[in-house]
Write a protein that binds this ligand. Sequence first.
Ligand code: PEP
Ligand code: MG
Length: 584
Amino acid sequence: MHEKIYRGIVASPGIVIGRAYLLDRRKIVVAGRRIEDVSVKDEVARFKKAVELSRAQLEDLKKRISKGLGKSHLYILETHIMLLEDKMLVDGTVKRIKESFLNAEGALKETIGAIGLKFDSIEDEYLRERKHDVEQVGERVLRNLVGHKQESLTDIREEAVIIAHDLAPTDTLVMRKDKILGFATDAGSRTSHTAILARSLGIPAAVGLENITAAVKTGDVVILDGIHGVVIVDPDEETFLDYLQKQRKYKYFEQELEKLKKLPAETLDGHVIELQGNIELPEEAMSTAEHGGSGIGLYRTEFLFLNRQTLPTEEEHYNAYRHVAEWAAPHEVVIRTLDVGGDKVGFPGEFELEANPALGLRAIRYCLQKRDVFKTQLRGILRAAVHGNVKILIPMVSGLTELRETKKLLDEVKSELRAEGKAFQENLQLGVMIEIPSAAMIADLLAKEVDFFSVGTNDLIQYTLAIDRQNEHVAYMYEPLDPAVLRLLQRVSEAARQANIPLAMCGEMAGDPLYAAILLGMGFRRLSMNVASIPWVKRVVRSVRMQDAVELASLVMQQPTAMLARKTAESFIEERFPDLAAEL
Ligand code: PEP
Ligand code: MG
């Protein structure tokens, strides 16, 4: 029999070879049916009992996890427990039972479907994925309603690669690393909680394989290549041997990288570079240090606003930011103010649907219109800043007016806090994200009025090349080494140098070792990235001389097309880091 290859999405790197264990996580099929008027009360009671049982199961899991490996991720269980109190989910279902005379299963299914539709129209991939949390909680309640026992990963006794339709973050949390070699799922995306967790717990994983569960039986030999998001079922001998070697090489490489964790990110000629982590959840702060990073260069605060009916209070902002600031101290934490797209369905508050959300009322534009929302966040940040080395970063600034208005508002908030006698950081440093071409073009003007720049290449590339970053049809054009992008980066770097302000990059480009030397050569001294990338980039930083990096950057800049620029960058890596080149 021939091997079968399935390609999905990279969720967590690593290569494992082993026997598959097919976990039954198919959605259970329930029938919605009409009920009699007189049964409504019983049906509501049955639903509430299932909710209570679900809560007890999650609380029990929480207790077990508090002692183990996953304790820094308890927030996920807390989110799920919180969802069991969610009005949309619980009251929505009860309302459907009462008004549509539906049985509890049918009413719950419809409610989950309706909530899902609202989430689907959210532009931000990370937030859109939170729909998953609702579905997973709903699925638990459904199983309890029909008395279907959930097969647990804790029952697995033999080493295995888990294959499942989908896994809940709670599954990932109870995975024993000595038994679960890795996992592959039909569903999921890179930013689903399960994928984030797999990365931070170091479990190799591929997700979004679409129909891997149909192709694999328990006991099949599988290769899970988490570096490329690939699963090979029943590998041929040649592939098997090839992967054994790849696996050995990767393990060796990981050990080498591990040694770098405690070493500084310093070039051969002594230039110290700050390598920092991008985080979305407060609990991820710790894993930045574990990966050898120094501080948080981008804390995306959108998560605080999701899965809830009301806006976060000042205390919630304060507590989350204080937590991260204390964890990272003495290193810095750059807190980015709310950056939501133009279609905020699923968020508390009133929002209108927009035809072009990426060009709509996003980020700072939204915050300057909804000043109360913004001021509450600013108060939380200013107060939390007392507890560490906090800086504030404004997303999607397109010109000076927005910056000046933000500063005015910040002064206003400071006066209010002063009048109330509340402790806060008076000299909070303020930076702007350079992620719109107009901001890059006037970087010299902006530089005179801010404390630092942080370049967001994810958006800068999208807006410069006019390619929707979510659209797979134009994804092939998404090219960081496009001459137009490089010229903008150069311009921003020059402006920062002239004004003598720190220059950072926090877009995905900063975490790719292929670009590291070029960025150093262009003048970037702070690179903030997905924490798992820190050791890889550190390796490049520690092996180059600044002079060589400057020469490389200049050579790449002279190339007339992205393809030639890429070839130049790749030859450099191949020449200098042949082993790294094989991994990229
Ligand atoms: C960016 O645009 O590069 C960035 C870091 O912000 P986000 O990905 O959150 O839009
Ligand atoms: Mg952005």
